[in-house]
Design a protein around this ligand. Structure first.
Ligand SMILES: Cc1ncc(COP(=O)(O)O)c(C=O)c1O
Length: 319
């Protein structure tokens, strides 16, 4: 595993428990329950610079709703409303004076008794942010990435809550990603216990074969990705033009190996093409026509060029 230091420069302002403070002033207690047991919930949200030059947060309402749902699934009583948490994200962008960034809202069980069953600890909430370019690198976006099938299964619904973005559940993703990188791949695809392909370590998956665009259904052990929902809508609207049928259905690794096109979707990964899965070249070994069309459609939405989707954007009023 590469030990080369990676640069990381968070934005100067962070929202913590209701107030905007300097990021370096945010310090946390060693006896924070979540640090030991992983019961915190988080979101990843992107703010884009629209073509007009105005920064706008993409699908903020949906992200904060999923954050509150994740907390509910963990029996965390969130001490802030949906509106307050949305306002917190807007405040971080505005106060940090940036045009584009990645936002990380996090709610967690804070300091206090360390017993596993402790219920009296304070619930803490924060929103931090940092600039984040192409998650898989510009080359990955342009040429497509290489994936393996992880030897680790995706967390099952019988022992975890895969629809929630719970900190501790990401051990599964981190281990799968590290193993993939050690083996020379960019990303890992995880199967469920029935052998169905579920998703990447932080992305949902779509595959195309003979004009049928498939993505696993929400009944599978996947995160209900907001980018997945976005791409489903964009693909269905363009189905006739692209000559495709869009279906939510399970598929195995054998189908993935023989796909004409594959792409991954996520807030960090946006729409990332896959050019190889474990030595099997996907299509022509470069992003295919349907993938390229949907990547462009996605960029039109997040840059404010698609007026029909302006309701997904929260512009940040001038500072
Ligand atoms: C495990 C997992 N699957 C899928 C996704 C994609 O979800 P979204 O498009 O809402 O970012 C993410 C990222 O949040 C993730 O962590």
């Amino acid at each position: 595993m590469s030990k080369a230091p990676q640069s990381f420069q968070p934005l100067p302002k962070l929202w913590l428990d209701g107030q905007v403070i300097a990021t370096e002033q945010a310090t946390f207690h060693f006896f924070s329950h979540a640090l030991h047991y992983g019961v915190g919930v988080f979101e990843g949200v992107r703010c884009y610079t629209l073509d007009s030059g105005v920064p706008a947060i993409f699908r903020l309402k949906e992200h904060i709703r999923r954050l509150i749902d994740s907390a509910r699934m963990c029996l965390i009583e969130v001490p802030f409303t949906q509106q307050q948490l949305e306002d917190a994200c807007v405040a971080v962008v505005r106060e940090s004076r940036v045009d584009a960034c990645y936002l990380r809202p996090l709610i967690w069980i804070g300091e206090g008794p360390l017993g596993i069953g402790s219920t009296s600890n304070k619930i803490r909430a924060a929103v931090g942010s940092f600039p984040w370019g192409a998650y898989m690198g510009e080359e990955g976006l342009a040429k497509g990435i290489r994936c393996c099938i992880s030897s680790l299964s995706r967390i099952p619904q019988t022992s975890n809550l895969p629809k929630a973005k719970i900190c501790g559940q990401y051990v599964n993703s981190v281990l799968a990603k590290r193993a993939a990188q050690l083996a020379g791949y960019d990303e890992a695809l995880l199967l469920d216990h029935n052998g169905h392909v579920t998703e990447g370590t932080g992305e949902n998956i779509f595959m195309l074969r003979d004009g049928i665009l498939k993505t696993p259904p929400l009944s599978t052990s996947i995160l209900a990705g907001i980018t997945r929902a976005t791409l489903l809508e964009l693909a269905r609207e363009r189905a006739a033009k692209l000559g495709i049928t869009v279906v939510e259905t399970n598929f195995g690794r054998d189908e993935v190996y023989c796909a004409d096109e594959i792409f991954l979707t996520g807030t960090a990964a946006e729409v990332t093409p896959v050019r190889e899965v474990e030595g099997r070249t996907i299509g022509a070994g470069k992003p295919g026509p349907v993938t390229r069309e949907l990547m462009a459609a996605f960029q039109d939405v997040v840059r404010g060029r698609d007026a029909s989707k302006s309701h997904w954007l929260t512009p940040i009023a001038s500072r």
